[in-house]
Design a protein. Structure first.
Length: 264
């Protein structure tokens, strides 16, 4: 069963609101431009110079730019025009001439089947109401023998900790749907006709006050967001290693990178 038009419309509006406001700071984010994390994602896809890649929900273009240095052409698609504006600026700054940008819906990618050698998506699946449908679209536009790459943070296997983490994240960013467990994300691949994916892991460090300063929380309630993160320090209540260090509250988003080859 697919989502209703009304539910999709409300969620699309939340996405547009959050990511239009966040576009400039996303483009300047050290996390998004972390070279080690980008290198890991690119390497696991095993790009070749003749390849054509697509990054869906590309945001300010960091992943597209990373692939552009390794493939014949790198393309990005996003639903938010403000994000695509930042992506265009990035490609101009870096002198990348083998890139293309598209505005579109990742549930209905505007490309023919088997168009791309590499299809990737980073840090977006927790915003999706229908992640299985999105992954199926990514697989559809990937060529036989090509690589589908999914990268996202994931929630604890402990349902109580996962619920607390997702409550905080939905408050921090109302366009969040749910950070899923590793098991859930693995299960998505089992239904798509790709080979069993390889997995790589890393952590994205966060500091509470910086995170709050960059957020556009529900009802602009930063104090409520702070209280939720503070509460997570006791007994690691969100499963993200929240701790006090040098007068600050720090934690780490656990991230997985899946890379799966299409076809037998």
């Amino acid at each position: 069963m697919t989502m209703s038009n009304a539910v999709k419309s409300r969620h699309d509006a939340a996405i547009a609101d959050q990511f239009t406001r966040q576009a400039v700071q996303f483009a300047a984010s050290a996390m998004l431009h972390n070279q080690a994390a980008l290198n890991l994602l690119v390497e696991v896809a095993r790009p070749r110079p003749e390849n054509v890649s697509l990054d869906v929900a590309c945001g300010p273009g960091s992943v597209v730019a990373a692939f552009a240095r390794r493939v014949r052409r790198a393309e990005g698609l996003d639903a938010t025009e403000a994000m695509l504006d930042e992506a265009r600026k990035l490609s101009l700054r870096e002198g990348l001439h083998n890139v293309a940008w598209h505005r579109g819906d990742l549930y209905a990618l505007p490309f023919a089947a088997e168009t791309f050698d590499i299809v990737s998506c980073r840090y977006a699946f927790h915003h999706l109401l229908e992640p299985a449908r999105a992954l199926a679209e990514m697989v559809r536009v990937c060529r036989h023998g090509g690589c589908v790459v999914l990268c996202d943070a994931f929630a604890s296997d402990d349902p109580i900790k996962a619920a607390a983490f997702n409550a905080m994240e939905r408050h921090r960013d109302p366009s969040t749907v749910e950070f899923r467990s590793l098991g859930f994300l693995r299960g998505l691949f089992a239904k798509t006709g790709v080979r069993e994916p390889v997995e790589r892991f890393y952590g994205v460090p966060a500091e509470m006050e910086r995170l709050i300063a960059m957020a556009y929380p529900a009802n602009d309630d930063r104090e409520g967001l702070r209280a939720m993160i503070e509460a997570a320090v006791d007994q690691d209540a969100m499963g993200i290693g929240a701790r006090r260090e040098g007068g600050a509250v720090r934690f780490d988003y656990p991230v997985v990178v899946f890379a799966a080859v299409k076809g037998g």
